[in-house]
Design a protein around this ligand. Structure first.
Ligand code: HGY
Ligand code: MN
Ligand code: MN
Length: 416
């Protein structure tokens, strides 16, 4: 494989301008973004990305999950394309860079190839995966999961948001329900550039994370059923307080994660309390437990403990309990060849780098099942993400995109 020229660099200012332009769509309330999947804002962001792809001379296809694929031809049209990309949907308190850096970093690689007049042997395809976040429609990485054969299309279409709206209906409503069969595309390789969303790279003063693994995850949706009653006149001994049950399960989740340090995490981020009235004891609480570890045995052990001990908490408070899996993927080992391409790119460019395990889930975690895959990470300020104050420096973005550029071009092969 011929390594790209030493002098190949992306245009960092153009990348940064594009990120700032995308950030204007679906603004949050504190400087970040709220561009949740399949909202009108998501539709607007897709149209902007499509316009940029058109301007770069790319042919854009859309599959039945709404995932966008913008293709730059290669010298050998029969060669499987090298895919690059991430997601444009955000959390409700999202930052400007989570996912966006990977999609627009991929577009910048193509813009730079166009500027330099470089032809690659393999075609290159920039991808915007639908619903990576899983915040409006669980689970996370839904479209890449269907693409990898983990979820059925009809099951995905039936996923409902908090208002009971269905994924398939919302996808059609915003006009991005494509005709392409999901997963029909074959990939030579897939690379994803992403912010670390954790504190390691910045704390160590390292510019590039060479992602070798991703930790696994369980999302367990728990429903506790008690009895609504008056917060003033109901004697304590007569209460069936679902809110108290949730508090104790929250403590249990934290305790289990702390007992599995240093490489386990656990929290509850989604909670629906019914009837959520100041003077009514909660009769029903629905919440999602998020537990993760890079160690599969630990991860499954944490799940087993929760499934054993949460019912005991419920029984002690006279509550009914249901536990259902709302999301799951095993720890991921990325392709050694693609990981080596990322590491060689960082070394060739003279950037500080270190191997790292991804704490967050990414579309790459599912695509790794169907194509050789790896990720490039850049630092983020204070390791903060899923917060509107998420921040990176233009230099970090540029260096990450340069590593992506070299890894992708080396894998795609330069013809002329
Ligand atoms: O949940 C995750 O790890 C990803 O940010 N969707
Ligand atoms: Mn992300
Ligand atoms: Mn995210």
């Amino acid at each position: 494989m011929n390594a790209p020229g030493e002098n190949l660099r992306i245009d960092g200012a153009r990348l940064w301008d594009s990120i700032m332009e995308m950030a204007k769509i679906g603004p949050g309330v504190a400087g970040g973004n709220n561009r949740q999947t399949l909202t009108d804002a998501d539709g607007e962001g897709r149209r902007l990305f499509k316009a940029w792809c058109d301007a770069a001379g790319l042919e854009t296809g859309v599959d039945a999950m709404g995932t966008m694929f913008a293709r730059r031809e290669g010298a050998d049209p029969e060669a499987l394309p090298v895919y690059v990309g991430s997601h444009l949907d955000t959390q409700p308190t999202g930052g400007k860079y989570d996912g966006v850096l990977g999609v627009l970093g991929g577009l910048e690689v193509i813009r730079s190839l166009n500027d330099l007049g470089i032809r690659t042997r393999h075609p290159i395809v920039v991808t915007n995966w639908t619903n990576e976040e899983g915040t409006r429609f669980a689970p996370a990485m839904l479209a890449s999961g269907v693409f990898a054969g983990v979820h059925e299309l009809d099951w995905a279409y039936g996923r409902e948001d908090a208002k009971g709206l269905k994924f398939g209906d919302e996808l059609a409503r915003i006009g991005w329900k494509g005709a392409e069969e999901v997963g029909a595309r074959r990939m030579h390789a897939f690379f994803e550039l992403h912010i670390e969303q954790g504190p390691i790279l910045e704390a160590e003063g390292v510019d590039i994370g060479v992602v070798t693994h991703g930790q696994g995850l369980w999302w367990l949706q728990v429903t506790l059923t008690g009895k609504e009653s008056h917060t003033g006149s109901t004697p304590m001994a007569m209460r069936r307080n679902a809110g108290l049950g949730m508090a104790r399960v929250t403590e249990l989740v934290h305790a289990i994660a702390m007992e599995n340090q240093p490489d386990a995490v656990g929290a509850i981020g989604h909670v629906d309390v019914y009837p959520n009235s100041r003077n009514v004891i909660p009769g029903r609480v629905v919440f999602t437990v998020d537990i993760r570890s890079p160690d599969r045995a630990k991860l499954d052990g944490m799940k087993a403990r929760l499934e054993a001990e949460a019912p005991a908490i419920a029984a002690g408070l006279g509550l009914g309990i249901e536990i259902e899996v709302a999301g799951h993927f095993d720890p991921v080992t990325f392709d050694p060849g693609c990981v080596a391409a990322v590491r060689a790119a960082a070394e060739r460019l003279g950037y500080s780098h270190r191997d790292i395990v991804s704490g967050a889930g990414h579309d790459a975690c599912w695509i790794n099942r169907v194509a050789p895959t790896s990720m490039v990470m850049c630092p983020c300020v204070d390791g903060l993400s899923h917060n509107e104050a998420e921040e990176i420096s233009p230099e970090w973005a540029e260096k990450g995109a340069n590593v992506l550029f070299h890894a992708v071009v080396e894998t795609a092969g330069i013809v002329a």
